[in-house]
Structures are given as structure tokens and as C-alpha cells.
Ligand binder design. Sequence first.
Ligand code: X2X
Length: 360
Amino acid sequence: MAPIRKPLLQGIVLAIAGIMLAVYCVPAVQAANFKKEYKLQVNVGPSFYWGIGANKFADLAREKTDGRINIKPYFGSALLKGAQLKSAQMVAKGVIDCAYESTINISPVIPEANVFHLPFFINTFDNLDKMKAGQSGQTVFTAMGKVGLKPLAWAENGFRQITNSKRAITSPADLEGLRIRVVGNPLFMDTFRQLGADPVNMNWGDAQTAFQQGVVDGQENPVGVLIPVQIHQYHQHVTMWNYLVDPLIIYWNQKQWKAFPADIQQAIQDAARESGRFEVALCRAGLDGDKSLDVLKNEFNYTMEVPDPVKFMESKGMTVSFLNDAQVKAFADATAPVLDKWTQELGTDLVEKARADMAQ
Ligand code: X2X
């Protein structure tokens, strides 16, 4: 057999190398468009209803992108050393990729989000849903777009209820002098000062120790937080006063978002919406008749460990107070100056939009 000529041999070697390059490197180049891990900011821990929703989002995104998008939730604001109010700023900068976060925690960057936190203004799930679907919700999303954030879907923390270790609260006078932990948002400070309480602002991470040590008498949070944190260990009284609500928004750094191919954007968007629907149902389970329990069972094959939060809290020895219309009116009247002040802060336009949405 004639020996293979050197140039021919070189040609063959080059061709094989070329094929290997094509086979191994092209997918590698494509894969390199995606990060190994997308960091998701979450203020609470994984057992909180909102934390369960964040894990669901990560799972669905992985599934719907065939493993190309790997979202890792960082619970307890670990990426922010607990500074929950910095979440939106850090996602806008691209230091953090995405977030599953409360409207309260984005309010320093998106003041419009405070429209959900006006005291005794929204009060029902129906009103909240109308605002999310309406012009006021859209105003919040548009504001996010202007600061480098891409909102993907709504989820929920929920209507916030007050708990404390001293007495049942059914009138503004009952709040007199109580030291209440609130998140560091001036609207919350104003509301509790107006009610005669002594509000102290604290990050959630520090708040849990403060409850344990009795540094504060009370706090306010939705049942999706109260039950996992076992508030009954510290506070015997809860008033279900629905005084304001914090929805969650699932959002992404806009620049990074725009660089994703359309099919990836669609898959993540779908994952966000689906996880949001699931998570809203977790937070409302047992508070809206059978509606959310049915969504969980029929759409997600999910059974709640605590199907009735009120009964659960009672079973742990808490007194659960509900307010009648006259009692709610007494709180609304007492906080009316805060509503007026913050209507000016937010702009009457936005508050009017919210009123129009709720009247739909
Ligand atoms: O800090 C809170 O109270 C919490 C957990 O509800 C929020 O992150 C807004």
C-alpha cells in the first residue's frame, strides 16, 4: 500500500479536528450564553408560602427551558445581608439577576408600589385582583420598566394582620403605646404613629430575633408568614383587619432579559405566571372559601398542610379577632390623615386609577 502523502494526512487530521470542533464547541458556545446559575432574591425562608412559590418558579423555569435556565433562590435576603429594601436596586444594577419580592421591598425604587399599602384602602381579594389587572397595577409595571426592571408576573404575600403579646386589638385605642415592628417604609411608620403605637423599623431577619426576645410587643404580616414563623410562640393575639396588602412581583434585570432568545423569555414568563398562580392560592387558602384550596388541588395536585389558617392559630391558643364594619370604620377614620398625606405623595392620579380599578 502506498504511504499516505503528508499533505493528505494533514488534510485528514484538520478535517477530523474541524468536525470535532463543530460537534463539541458549537453547543458549548450556545450554552455559554446562559449563566450557570441565575440568582433569585427572596426575603423570607423556603418554608414560607412565598418561599415555596419561589422554589416552584425555579423548578418550572428549569423544566420549561429543558435545564438551560437554572434559577437558584437565595432565601432570607442572603445576597443583601438582610437588607430587604435593596432588592430592586440590586436587580436593576444587575448585581442580582432576578427577584420574587414584595411590593413593600421594591417601594424605595418604585414608590408607586405604595399604592397597595395605603391603610384601609383595598381590603378585599377582589379589589386587589382588579388593581393588579387594571391601570394601577400597570402603572407599577411601567415604572419598573423605566428603571431597568422587567416585571414578569404577580404573586402574593397577602393582607397583613396584626399580632401582639399584650391584648386583643379591636379599636385604635388598643394600639396605644404598643411597640410594633414594621418594615423600614415611612408609610408604615406614619400609619402606626397615627394610631398611637410606637413603631420600630427592622429588617425581617432581625425581626424574628426581636419577637423571640420580646424586644417588640407586636408586628404585622400575612398568614403565609405568621404560620411558618410560628408567631403563636410569641404573640397570643391576632386581629384579621386586612388593613393593607403586599402582592409580590416576579421580576428580572431588564438588560439581561432583553438578551435572552424569545423562546427562553416565553418559557421563563410562563414559569413566573404559573408559579404566581400557585403561590397566590397558597396565600389565600382557607381565606376565600374553597376557591384557592380547589385551585391547589385541581391544578397543582397540592394539599395544604394548614387548610384553615384561622382554625390553626386558634388551635395554638391565639385569640383571633375579626372586625365588624363599625370597627373597621374607626380604624379607617383614625388613619385618614395618613391616607391623605400619602395620596399626595403618590399623586392623586395614581390613587384615582386605583379607585377606578376597584369600582370596575
Ligand atoms: O418584612 C416583612 O414583614 C415581610 C417578610 O413581610 C416583607 O418582606 C415585606
